[in-house]
Design a protein around this ligand. Structure first.
Ligand code: SF4
Length: 185
């Protein structure tokens, strides 16, 4: 018996001008298309939300379908920092250093209540949200969030990545943001 051919999801082309034998668009859109479908996440997992992420990477949910098959355990080859779990204040400088070691452009996904706001741990020792130390692009609610929610958050990141102007990282607003976080002087 001949197996049916595998089905592939084709990535839609960006907006542009089409004619027979011709397709024209902007550089921003082409780069955005490539970036959003080849994200290399760095999983910074400290507790239970990390287990949900393991399920998200497993065969059933398969984050690899979104072009994010290749996880990076080095910040130097990652462009998406995924923070999953409780971040103790002692851990905060480490997390900020990992962020600083990532090259631009970089994005941050806060997964779950602890990473987003400290969650149920309203105590002296727990950071009340990672946005106290690094700028966050997307927050995923839940304690823990289901893999579907993590995927939804990842897709929101893809929307941001795909629509980001190439010059944003050189803008005065972005520079001011990093100065406010103490990431650059
Ligand atoms: S949000 Fe809930 S499930 Fe996630 S790390 Fe915190 S306590 Fe654990």
């Amino acid at each position: 018996m001949i197996n049916s051919p595998p089905k592939y999801n084709k990535v839609a082309p960006p907006d542009g001008y089409q004619a027979p034998g011709l397709f024209a668009t902007t550089l921003d859109k082409v780069v955005g298309l490539a970036r959003k479908n080849s994200i290399w996440p760095l999983p910074f997992a400290t507790s239970c939300c990390g287990i949900e992420f393991m399920a998200t990477m497993g065969a059933h949910y398969d984050l690899g379908r979104f072009g994010a098959e290749r996880l990076s355990f080095s910040p130097r080859q990652a462009d998406l920092l995924m923070v999953m779990g409780t971040i103790a204040k002692k851990m905060a400088p480490v997390l900020q250093q990992v962020y600083e070691q990532m090259a631009e452009p970089r994005w941050v996904l806060a997964v779950g209540a602890c990473a987003s706001s400290g969650g149920i741990f309203d105590t002296y020792s727990v950071l009340q949200g990672i946005d106290r130390i690094v700028p966050v692009d997307v927050y995923v609610p839940g304690c823990p969030p289901r893999p579907e929610q993590i995927i939804n958050g990842f897709m929101k990141i893809q929307e941001l990545v795909g629509s980001e102007p190439l010059r944003r990282r050189y803008s005065a607003e972005y520079r001011d943001l990093l100065v406010r976080y103490g990431i650059i002087k």
